[in-house]
Design a protein around this ligand. Structure first.
Ligand code: NAD
Length: 412
């Protein structure tokens, strides 16, 4: 089994055990109902290449749970995508929407493909075929996808347009759309800004002052987190991505780095910083892993210098690393809380689509930060009360809430 799925299932099992679900709700099999997705959709995608040949891909959509609301979750285009990964990410979505109190369930989709192997027209055909296959399983009141790794507002625009050919009420079928097609102001930046919002509150609770931040990943999450930190006057001392890691102990000029990465494709070679071996183990007070799953593992966890880790990526810390960090007194703000900013503003986008009334960016941000701050305080207080880690607290709160909804609804 995929490590990400194994880890997520183990965390749910541990939360179910701590909550004593089997004793409190005898015979209800709540833990198993959470472990097994509501629906798994796997399908063939035959796509015509520009030279006329046909390439066959697999496509997946896993609808994990709609106990708390309609299915919601991104679509990943990445060569590592497989069914287990999509199952794991769908489960994380169910937990995430529960923790931040938005009226959604969880889902995820994906295609095992390297987006850079496809031309723009081939990518468009792939997206349209994906929608065509799923048209009866998605919809503004059923299941609402969004961007994830390897997809962006460009793919969401094609997604909306293809769905619009089949159904008349279509805007809310997908979020993360371009603004002109009903996207929300602040959606692109939301996950990164949300990571920083959670970081500020957690750092305050730890009494960290004049702290220095390192960021792994400079994509949609990491680069917007870096910009927000720069705006807040907080020093970013190290950044890493797939091309390498760089550091400047006096602070990285984030706008200059954004411009450099847009031009060159990665942080490697940025002149106003030194190359370093690994951003994860760079000297810093706060670490934001915003790149990929299982980045922090038992071999590098002992070398981490940060006192606070805020997980921008999904599943960046393995359970073994989590235990090492906990023993070392490092506080970890977990993914299902810390990176929920994207799905929160996706929810706002969906609400605006339904209202046909669009909000100013300041309103979007104010509502985003209010929801995240409340979720952080809830999780922190639960952790203090139950003497648990923030991760255990977030998982237990989410599982409890979902189980209550399942019990209230009956046999689901
Ligand atoms: P992205 O593709 O825009 O950026 C990924 C970044 O990670 C890039 O800078 C890339 O160079 C870097 N990277 C990839 N492999 C690496 C490696 N081996 N070592 C170091 N760096 C590496 O993706 P994204 O949307 O920023 O997503 C990043 C993570 O955040 C994923 O786990 C994703 O599921 C999660 N996430 C994203 C959103 C969102 O709104 N985009 C929301 C919640 C969670």
């Amino acid at each position: 089994m995929d490590a990400l799925l194994d880890n997520a299932l183990n965390l749910v099992r541990r939360a179910s055990k701590s909550l004593d679900l089997d004793k409190r709700f005898p015979g209800q099999s709540l833990s198993q109902r959470l472990e097994v997705p509501d629906k798994i959709i796997a399908f063939r995608l035959a796509v015509q290449r520009d030279d006329g040949s046909i390439k066959v891909f697999m496509g997946y959509r896993v609808q994990h749970s709609d106990a708390l609301g309609i299915y919601k979750g991104g679509i990943r285009f990445n060569p590592d995508v497989d069914l287990d990964m999509v199952k794991a990410l769908a489960l994380l979505m169910t937990l995430k929407t529960a923790v931040v109190n938005i009226p959604y369930g969880g889902a995820k989709g994906g295609v095992p493909v390297n987006p850079s192997d496809l031309s723009v027209t081939e990518t468009e055909r792939l997206v349209r075929k994906y929608v065509h296959r799923l048209v009866n399983d998605i919809g503004p009141n059923i299941d609402v996808p969004a961007p994830d790794m390897g997809t962006s507002e460009r793919e969401m625009a094609w997604f909306y347009d293809e769905y619009r050919k089949h159904r008349d009420i279509a805007r809310g079928v997908v979020t993360g759309k371009p603004i002109d097609l009903g996207g929300s102001l602040g959606r692109t930046q939301a996950t990164g800004r949300g990571v920083v919002c959670v970081m500020l509150d957690a750092a305050r609770d730890l009494n960290l002052r004049d702290y220095k931040v390192a960021i792994q990943g400079f994509g949609k999450v990491g680069s917007h987190a870096a910009r927000k930190l720069f705006e807040e006057g907080i020093t970013v001392v190290a950044v890493g991505d797939i091309t390498g890691s760089i550091a400047n102990r006096h602070g990285i000029d984030v706008p200059a780095l954004v411009e450099y990465v847009a031009r060159t494709g990665g942080v490697k070679g940025f002149a106003e910083a030194e190359p370093i071996e690994d951003v994860l183990t760079a000297p810093c007070d706060v670490l934001l892993p915003c790149a990929l799953e299982n980045a922090i593992h038992e071999d590098n966890a002992t070398k981490i210098q940060a006192r606070l880790i805020v997980e921008g990526a999904n599943g960046p810390t393995t359970p073994a690393a989590d235990a090492i960090l906990q023993d070392a007194g490092v506080v970890v703000a977990p993914d299902i809380l810390a990176n929920a900013g994207g799905v929160i503003v996706s929810y706002f986008e969906w609400v605006q689509n339904r209202e046909g009334f669009y909000w100013e960016e300041d309103d979007v941000n104010a509502r985003l930060f209010a929801l995240l701050r409340k979720a952080y305080v809830d999780v922190r207080d639960y952790a203090l009360k139950h003497k648990s880690s923030l991760r255990e607290a977030a998982y237990q709160m989410a599982v409890e809430k979902i189980c209550h909804a399942m019990m209230a609804r009956g046999v689901q």
